[in-house]
Write a protein that binds this ligand. Sequence first.
Ligand SMILES: CC(C)(COP(=O)(O)OP(=O)(O)OC[C@H]1O[C@@H](n2cnc3c(N)ncnc32)[C@H](O)[C@@H]1OP(=O)(O)O)[C@@H](O)C(=O)NCCC(=O)NCCS
Length: 406
Amino acid sequence: MNQNHEIVVTAIGRTAFDRFGGITKNVPSVQLASCTIAELVNRAGLCPEDVDEVNLGQCILGEAWTQTDVISRQALIRAGLREATISCNIDRACCSSTTALQLSWKNLMMGESQVSIALGVDNMSRTPYYLPPEYRWEGKRLGDMKLVDKLLNLGYEGFGVLAVDAGEVALEYGISREMQDEWAVRSHKLYGEAEAKGYFAEEIFPLQIPQGKNKPPVILDRDQQPRPDTSLESLAKLPTVYGSPTVTAGNAPGINTGAAGLMITTREKAEALGMKPLATIIRVVSTAGQARGIAVAPAVAIKRGLEVTGLTLKDIKLIEINEAFAAMPLVSTKILGENDETKIKQLRDITNVNGGAVAIGHPVGASGLRITMTLINELRRRGGGYGIAAICGGLAQGDAVILKVE
Ligand SMILES: CC(C)(COP(=O)(O)OP(=O)(O)OC[C@H]1O[C@@H](n2cnc3c(N)ncnc32)[C@H](O)[C@@H]1OP(=O)(O)O)[C@@H](O)C(=O)NCCC(=O)NCCS
């Protein structure tokens, strides 16, 4: 491994995140991915031939399957990259896009590639209904065949429902429904303030959605889910969902659509190709824990990230913890703060300072790199420093991206 190579980010970009059944409901994930790849090449000022590989994280594999899978390969060809460009599709649930970044980082460190694109994508609105596989062989002698909707009760066969696990574990850590609602209000408020300052416009590229013959395309250029009018009173009235003791439609993210990507390369190659480094990726670590502990997973990943880089929480200027539910940043900061109320408050003050997925939305395969680019941009506004972006994924997997902005 070439330890002398620093791995730097030279372009970031994402689509705006859409609502469930919104204007992107018929846009396949491969199209979202190919637009993101083309935009990153454009933003970096490169020629398509300069890119060596594309690693793509995706969570809703049923949607990918409607396009016969291997989305990364199809998307890079559609984006105009060389057909000899290497690609890989990755499924590590909501950690998929950060794990794609990890693969890109490792390949650059090993000298296997020199310019790499990592991205994540999901169009949850296009998740297909399906007939269980038994029907292929057993069929039905008489009677209806029942379609299954895997989007309902998001969970894992034989394990718990995510919202139930998150809510129960939150209560075990003393994080009440009211605290989760308060965090949700904070998320919408901070998002609104950041959006008004144009912060998210720096991440988002406009996506054209064709409307058919003789009709102008619709442009998606703003996140569709945020509700700046969110109040504690309105959230308190919402019923809990999926049998969770605390999770409601108000303190959960929605069911969303979007793509997010980063271009990374070695510092030498960035200089050679005239690209300006935006941040240095120091490490991307992956962890896994007790399957129902999904709310704990970001804390575990952050601890591991600090351990392998030799950093401490005192070195970290900003943290992003994906709001898979409002419970995640609350539980994880409580663990990191070791039950010291002052420390926990300090950590929460530097976490998700521009809001999070409860406001922005959580297109599951894309959120890991969304929080990574939000972190990079905010560190740049604040004059640089170290930051950590952490995300949990199904059955208590966790990823953390440790980065530095000069
Ligand atoms: C929770 C969930 C089922 C809600 O889906 P939905 O019913 O389509 O969501 P809606 O946006 O229609 O919201 C439901 C209700 O809550 C209300 N609501 C949602 N957010 C609100 C807010 N911030 N303030 C006030 N009311 C709000 C809506 O107005 C709506 O009210 P209505 O029924 O009176 O119209 C869905 O978003 C979900 O499954 N989220 C979790 C996704 C997930 O698990 N991701 C993986 C995490 S690891």
